[in-house]
Design a protein around this ligand. Sequence first.
Ligand SMILES: Cc1ncc(COP(=O)(O)O)c(C=O)c1O
Length: 407
Amino acid sequence: MRPWKKIPYSRQSINQDDIEAVCSVLRSDWITQGPKVKEFEEALAEQCGAKHCIVVSNGTVALQLACMALEIGPGDLGLTSPLSFLASANCIAYCGGTPDFVDIDRATLCLSPDGVRRYCEEIKIPKVVVPVDFAGIPADLPGLKKLSEKFGFFLLEDAAHSIGSTYQCEGREYKCGSCHHTDLAIFSFHPVKSITTGEGGAVLTNNDRLAKKLRLLSNHGVERGVSRFLSKTVNYWDETTGWSSSPWYYEMQALGFNARITDIQCALGISQLKRLETFKKRRQEIVGIYNEAFVPLEREEIVTLPPWPENTDPCFHLYPLRLGVNSTVRRDDLFLELRKRGIYCQVHYIPIYRQPFYGQDHERDFGRFPETEKYFAGCLSLPLFPDMDHATVQYVIDAVIGLLSPS
Ligand SMILES: Cc1ncc(COP(=O)(O)O)c(C=O)c1O
């Protein structure tokens, strides 16, 4: 029997605590720009160990603001992984910069540091590199940091998939989003991600100057702190309080946006964040069950399992299964057959360089990305979310094995 009418590739997990947290904000005085925003920022900064966190309305705007804070502009090159959502490249283009792509590393499915090094040596040094922790697997951030020091580019971690993931480096453990090896990082809290606020995102950094800029840019470029006002005309010197200004005064110092997130959303985020470790454990459990079930198919090279690099402890956002050389079933047929059985898989992702917007503009040669092309030809993300019970996981396994096993 099919346990769910439609089994999505991912979905939110909402409990009574989440509902009560949201309702209590609705009963309070502040439904936006209130105390829950600061509380969520502090909780996120503590979770990943970054000094500053600025929460915003979604992950896309988080990336855009991060690029603006780095002053990406016309003539600047930004490199990212083609195996990502569009926003990882668009953030560079929003600022007038030029995005380009470097192939993925087979072992992580994330941006290849070796590819970035070759690009810097043979083509051009970018102003920013945006590695993506694909599926929750941390990109090789320490490797990329070494390159950023050598070539002088900024590093912006797209951690939209990887809140809760960790990686080891020289005997220490680091959290994705900690900015230990990067200048900036972003999260997304869309409902398919590991924790949700409905829509939402965050930018993290350990750099005080970037944090100040991000705060300004996320709220119309408006400054309200007296000590930071640029205009002297409305300020006056008060013997007891120092520089003062009328309480109604504010200054627009940059062309920012309304990228604000509400207290209603932040209350949900705070409540969800408390269960991040539980979500991570359940996601890893499901990945473990899938892996065990599909090992015999992998041995016959009918499928390839998702990577789980040794030095990482991923909070898996996706379960990207790949068809192997001995599969007699095409990916698109598998996709359709699973759909008939109520299993709604997804292809993550169409490589960004294949999008007409990028391909036509730059006449990109797909042959530059052999690993991404190979991955894209056979990938399919199976359902993975914490509320999947054992019967649902088994239903998916039986369907996949039934369709792929040689008869
Ligand atoms: C890797 C990646 N980066 C950025 C984003 C953008 O996040 P949001 O949907 O919150 O704007 C997404 C969302 O799907 C994503 O998967």
